[in-house]
Design a protein around this ligand. Structure first.
Ligand SMILES: [Zn+2]
Length: 309
């Protein structure tokens, strides 16, 4: 399986347009010991010819142009190797890029039923994806039920995907009344993606690590996990907001019960943090937090990273 990491930041990117935290300020000054990042985005392929997007970030147009295997093929005036998109939630940094794929290109979008309902019933903008009868096929996916990623012609791609509940909530723009009509376990998912014997885990947003995941993760070749915040009160200190990392659906990386500790016994997969918020001190490669991450056997995903598993 080929995995291209097209974007690695949490919502807002790094630097974020309205943020002057120490990290964002130093990136703009050119004095930061680390890399800028676009918003979280993967592309996966079994053969390098047809590709699937994992989420659809607001930076997607630029991210597609950064990777030539995603360029249109010269077989017809309008074409793309991109066959479909798998969404892990209805957060804007996960699905806003769908609107950038509106140019009448056939695509399959895989998402939970609740996420599809939010997009299609509550957001009239998404009507641009339904202008043609065959434009976007919306495929509901169910927790713990594997499904095949198929080409737009309905052929198997060789990759199989299994959604797992990631214990998050619906995005803040979904009202409590609307959320009560939906299924909360479908709000935020992680994915196991398999090709033959090879297996990738992608869990970009979760406030916990379920015990039941650990044995399956041990058998994975690579794990991308939620690297949004270092500490539970990070945004409260930087931004004056009232919600902790966990309340926002993200397990902090550091601390006595953070993800570094929680995964300390995990030896099987290559372990990579993704969806890293611009405020996270581990982005600074000279920081103690960065050293702790590397010492624990983890990597930080960066834009343009390639994995072959
Ligand atoms: Zn910032």
């Amino acid at each position: 399986m080929l995995i291209r990491v097209l974007g690695t930041a949490a919502g807002g990117g790094f630097p974020q347009w309205n943020c002057s935290c120490g990290n964002c300020r130093r990136v703009r000054e050119g004095t930061f010991a680390g890399r800028p990042r676009s918003q979280n985005q993967l592309a996966v392929s079994a053969n390098g010819l047809v590709w699937f997007l994992i989420n659809a970030s607001p930076d997607l147009r630029y991210q597609i142009e950064s990777f030539f295997p995603l360029y249109p093929r010269p077989t017809s005036p309008r074409d793309s190797p991109i066959q479909g998109v798998v969404l892990t939630s209805a957060e804007l940094d996960v699905c806003l890029g769908l609107l950038l794929l509106r140019e009448s290109q056939p695509l399959t979008v895989y998402a939970t039923e609740s996420v599809i309902r939010i997009l299609l019933e509550d957001n009239s903008f998404c009507g641009v994806l339904r202008r043609l009868p065959d434009q976007v096929r919306w495929r509901p996916i169910a927790l713990d039920e594997p499904f095949c990623l198929e080409t737009i012609r309905g052929m198997p791609s060789g990759m199989r995907c299994t959604p797992i509940a990631a214990a998050g909530n619906f995005p803040g723009y979904v009202t409590a009344e609307r959320a009560s009509q939906l299924v909360v376990s479908q709000a935020s998912i992680g994915l196991f993606i398999e090709h033959g014997e090879k297996k990738l885990a992608f869990i970009p947003g979760s406030p916990l690590v379920a015990d039941s995941w650990l044995s399956e993760l041990e058998n994975c070749d690579a794990l991308f996990f939620d690297g949004t915040f270092w500490s539970d009160d990070e945004l409260i200190r930087v931004q004056g907001t009232t919600k902790t990392a966990r309340q926002m659906g993200h397990l902090p990386v550091g601390g006595p019960d953070g993800s570094l500790k929680r995964f300390s016994g995990l030896k099987g997969p290559r372990k990579i943090f993704i969806h890293i918020n611009n405020t996270n001190p581990m982005l600074d490669e000279g920081s103690d937090e960065h050293r702790q991450v590397i010492a624990a056997g983890w990597e930080l995903a960066h834009d343009g990273m390639d994995l072959g598993i």
